[in-house]
Design a protein around this ligand. Structure first.
Ligand SMILES: NC(=O)c1ccc[n+]([C@@H]2O[C@H](COP(=O)([O-])OP(=O)(O)OC[C@H]3O[C@@H](n4cnc5c(N)ncnc54)[C@H](OP(=O)(O)O)[C@@H]3O)[C@@H](O)[C@H]2O)c1
Length: 341
C-alpha cells in the first residue's frame, strides 16, 4: 500500500470523493466579509473532509460597492440563488426581511447558520419548530466567537439550571468605562460613536435591547424552549450619571449592564438592567472589551465564560465552526422542548 503524501489532502490520500456544497450568504458587511475570508483561510480543513464549498450568491443592498472579499465572489442584489443552496448563512441583520427570505428555504428542510439575535429573539414563534428540528445553527448570536450556545445546548443540560448573569454588550461596557474616567453619558456615547463602536441611533445597545435579545436566546436553553423575548424586563444605561458611577466606585463597585435570569417568587425572572457589582466580581474583571457570563447549575456549580463578543472575524469564527458542525452531521442548536419550571 503506498504511504500517504504529507502535503496531499486527506480525501486524496484516502480516495474520499469530493462533495460539493452550495452555500448562500445573506449580507456582506463586517461579519459576512470576514466569513468569506475565513472560508478561504480554512480551505484545507474542508479539503481534508472531502468537501468543496461553492458560494452561489452573496446578497447585498449595493452590489457595485467595492469590498474586501475573495476574487470572483458572486455579489448580487437578488436573492434568487437561495433556491439552489444546500446551506444558507444569514448576516444581514434586521427581522422581517431575513425572515421573509428564509421562510421558504427553511420550509424545504434546509439548514440556516445565523448570527442574528434580533431575529432569533423576536421571531421565535415561527423559528422555534425549525430549531427543534435541528435546522438552526446560531453559536455566533450570543458572545460572538466565545462558545456559550454550544455547551448550553449540550453538556450543560445534565445540570439543574439555577442562575445566569452576563455582560453581553461591548458598547455599554465601553461607555461605562469612559464614565468611570469622569465623562458624562452623552460624551461617552459620542466617543463610542466616533470610534464606530455604537450604531446611530444607539438605542438597541444603550437601551438594553441587544442584551435582552441575547438573554432570550440563552433562556431557551435554561428554563424553557418557548421563552418569549417580551418576558424580559429591560432597562438601559441612559439614566446613569457620573455621580452614580463615582459613588459606586467609592463603595468599591462598578456599573455593568447585566442580563440576568434567576428564580423569584417561584418563577423565573429575566431582566436587563444596570447593576453596581463588587469590583472583584467575575463580570467586572473580565476586561472592558470582552463579554462574560456566569452560569450556575446545581450539579456543575458556577461556570465562567469570557471572551470577545463582537468583531467581524471573531463572529465569523463561530459561524464557520457551525458550518463544520453541520458538515460533520451535528444537529443545530436545539432548545428545550417545553416550559420547565
Ligand atoms: N458585527 C459584529 O461584531 C456582530 C457580532 C455578533 C453578531 N452580529 C450580527 O451579525 C449580523 C450582521 O452584522 P454586521 O455587523 O456584519 O452588519 P453590517 O456590517 O451592517 O452588514 C449587513 C450586510 O447586510 C446587507 N443587507 C442589509 N439589509 C439588506 C437588505 N434588505 N437587502 C440586501 N442586503 C442587505 C448589507 O448590504 P450593503 O453592504 O450593500 O449595505 C450588508 O452587507 C447582525 O444580525 C448582527 O447583529 C454582528
Amino acid at each position: 500500500m503506498p504511504s500517504p503524501t504529507p502535503n496531499q489532502p486527506l480525501h486524496a490520500q484516502h480516495q474520499v470523493p469530493v462533495r460539493e456544497i452550495t452555500l448562500g450568504l445573506l449580507g456582506c458587511g463586517s461579519v459576512g466579509t470576514a466569513f468569506l475570508q475565513l472560508l478561504e483561510r480554512r480551505r484545507q480543513v474542508f479539503d481534508d473532509m472531502g468537501v468543496r464549498i461553492r458560494v452561489t450568491g452573496v446578497l447585498v443592498r449595493d452590489a457595485a460597492r467595492p469590498r474586501d472579499v475573495p476574487a470572483g465572489t458572486p455579489l448580487t442584489e437578488s436573492p434568487d440563488f437561495l433556491n439552489e443552496c444546500s446551506v444558507v448563512v444569514e448576516v444581514m441583520g434586521g427581522t422581517s426581511r431575513p425572515l421573509e427570505l428564509l421562510r421558504p428555504y427553511l420550509r424545504s428542510g434546509r439548514p440556516v447558520i445565523t448570527a442574528n439575535k434580533a431575529l432569533l429573539a423576536e421571531c421565535w414563534d415561527e423559528l422555534r419548530p425549525y430549531a427543534l428540528a435541528g435546522q438552526l445553527y446560531y453559536e455566533a448570536s450570543v458572545m460572538a466567537g466565545t462558545p456559550v450556545i454550544g455547551p448550553m445546548s449540550t453538556v450543560l443540560r445534565a445540570s439543574t439550571f439555577q442562575r445566569l448573569q452576563a455582560v453581553v454588550n461591548g458598547t455599554c461596557n465601553f461607555i461605562l468605562t469612559c464614565m468611570e474616567e469622569g465623562h458624562t453619558y452623552a460624551a461617552a456615547l459620542a466617543e463610542a460613536q466616533a470610534l464606530g463602536y455604537a450604531e446611530d441611533p444607539p438605542t438597541l445597545d444603550v437601551g438594553g435591547f441587544d442584551s435582552a435579545h441575547k438573554l432570550a436566546v440563552l433562556a431557551r436553553f435554561c428554563v424553557g424552549g418557548d421563552f418569549a423575548y417580551d418576558q424580559i424586563a429591560v432597562q438601559g444605561i441612559e439614566a446613569l450619571t457620573p455621580e452614580l458611577v463615582r459613588a459606586a466606585a467609592q463603595r468599591g463597585e462598578r456599573y455593568k449592564l447585566v442580563a440576568e435570569l434567576r428564580r423569584e417568587d417561584g418563577g423565573w425572572h429575566a431582566s436587563v438592567s444596570p447593576q453596581a457589582l463588587p469590583a472583584d466580581h467575575a463580570l467586572c474583571t473580565a476586561g472592558a472589551s470582552r463579554n462574560a457570563m456566569v452560569y450556575e447549575g446545581e450539579e456543575c456549580g458556577p461556570l465562567f465564560f469570557a471572551g470577545g463578543g463582537a468583531g467581524g472575524m471573531v463572529t465569523a469564527s463561530a459561524m464557520v465552526g457551525d458550518l463544520l458542525d453541520w458538515l460533520i452531521g451535528f444537529p443545530g442548536h436545539v432548545p428545550l422542548h417545553g416550559l420547565e419550571g
